[in-house]
Design a protein around this ligand. Structure first.
Ligand code: PLP
Length: 437
């Protein structure tokens, strides 16, 4: 199957090229030419399957034309060594816990799958030296680095803003060694992202080394995120509660919610979506006004959602392009809410005191979005709990006056030794560093 660019200025490419390149030549995002649908009987049968089996079914619908079924199944099974349970928080309101993977955040699913798929293509092409550049404000770096750890033929460079990620986040990508190099940039997240973008556009560098990106623009990273929407449905179906499923997704770059929209397109009965934002609310503004106005991001306590120009917005527009009134069509499927830091903290306190459930700041936006979207008596609400609260321990403990336990997985990272290369935020130094590799 071919993948076209949302900007439509370049010819469609193969899955292999879309994954290896990441971004299309005209800077558009790749989209599959067809979205296969699953039959009603397949969907009804999900409740009898394991998460891995469900994911294999969905993966075949996406990638089955391009990768041999057994190979694909093996890639999926190797990716999903953990569960994504649906946990009741209140009546008709469930938390889809996506934080049981190696780095305790939902990005593990996409990060691990992409690493395996890229590794497979590289081996097939006989390449032995591909370089993944990834800019991170905290969570992406750890999921991508851990996903790629030890994958032959691939080196990963994680660029992160010095002093601006939490100590727990930092140790998850600076202590790994092997094929992972952490670059500590004296600047902001935007500076890191600019360095990566400049590297992709630099001819000398691209002649010197094969470069690719592992941000959620890559189809291999964002599409697998649809797996857990199917898995959530299966779990609700087992409880007899899947009739009218409403899903609220704490959103930053909108890759996760876009994967949910893909699941719905494939026939998964999700009645409607809610996008929960922090103060970075350009999407809510788009729903309200029909105008999309990107702006610089502001810092919040839900920092993985501090995005002022969500890259996957282009994919959402593209998904709805067949409609006469695109804005109206989007509004009929997705609603949105925005929360200040004070509101996020309030939600965390209320839910903790009333139910004992500990939300992280991102999940708190998700929970509140679901409540504010006013579920009807027949709807079942699910919010995505995108990270384990211990990843944001300082913030969570301060708000809840708690001392939450750090899971063993996370403690193991904290025992490692930090290794990083310090860099200025100017491109010259970064380029010289890469040319030495
Ligand atoms: C990345 C991230 C998000 C936002 O996901 P998008 O796909 O960028 O919308 C939300 N919560 C956490 C914890 C994250 O790491």
């Amino acid at each position: 199957m071919k993948y076209y660019s949302t900007n439509g200025q370049v010819a469609p490419v193969s899955l292999e090229e879309a994954v290896v390149k990441g971004l299309a030549g005209d800077k558009g995002l790749f989209m599959p030419e067809k979205i296969a649908t699953l039959s009603k009987s397949t969907i009804d049968g999900l409740k009898d399957k394991s998460f891995r089996e469900i994911a294999c079914t969905v993966a075949r619908a996406f990638f089955g034309e391009d990768i041999e079924p057994d190979t694909l199944d093996a890639l999926v099974k190797d990716t999903l060594s953990f569960e994504t349970p649906v946990v009741p928080v209140r009546k008709n309101c469930y938390s889809l816990e996506l934080f049981h993977g190696p780095t305790l955040a939902f990005k593990d699913v996409g990060g691990r799958f992409m690493a395996r798929l890229l590794g497979y293509f590289i081996k097939k092409q006989g390449l032995n030296d591909v370089n993944v550049l990834v800019a991170t404000s905290g969570d992406t770096g750890s999921a991508v680095a851990n996903g790629f750890l030890g994958v032959p033929g691939i080196r990963v460079f994680v660029l992160y803003p010095k002093g601006k990620v939490s100590p727990i986040q930092e140790c998850q990508f600076t202590t790994l060694g092997q094929n992972i190099t952490a670059l500590e940039v004296d600047g902001t997240f935007d500076d890191c992202q600019a360095l990566v973008k400049n590297a992709f556009m630099d001819e000398t560098l691209n002649n010197h080394m094969a470069l690719t990106s592992a941000n959620s623009i890559n189809v291999a990273r964002f599409l697998p995120q649809s797996f857990y929407y199917f898995n959530a449905y299966a779990q609700l179906d087992r409880m007899g509660k899947a009739g009218e499923m409403v899903v609220c997704v704490p959103s930053g770059n909108f890759g996760n919610i876009t994967a949910g929209l893909f699941a719905a397109r494939m026939g998964l009965p999700i009645k409607r979506f809610v996008a929960a934002n922090n103060r970075n609310d350009v999407f809510l503004e788009y729903l309200n006004t029909g105008k999309y106005t990107p702006r610089p991001s502001v810092s919040t306590i839900a920092n993985a959602m501090d995005v002022g120009d969500p890259s996957n917005f282009a994919r959402i527009l593209d998904l709805f392009k067949a409609n006469e009134d695109v804005h109206k069509a989007i509004c009929s499927k997705i609603s949105a809410y925005r929360y200040t830091d004070e509101q996020i903290a309030q939600t965390m306190q209320t839910v903790y005191s009333e139910t004992g459930y500990i939300l992280d700041p991102h999940g708190a936006c998700g929970y509140q979005g679901l409540i504010d979207s006013k579920l009807t008596a027949t709807e079942t609400g699910v919010f995505l709990e995108t990270a384990h609260p211990a990843k944001f321990k300082e913030t969570v403990d301060k708000i809840l006056s708690s001392d939450i336990e750090i899971p063993a997985k996370l403690q193991a990272f904290m025992k490692g030794t930090k290794q990083s290369v310090e860099l200025d935020k100017d491109f010259v130094g970064f380029k010289a560093f890469l040319l030495r590799q």
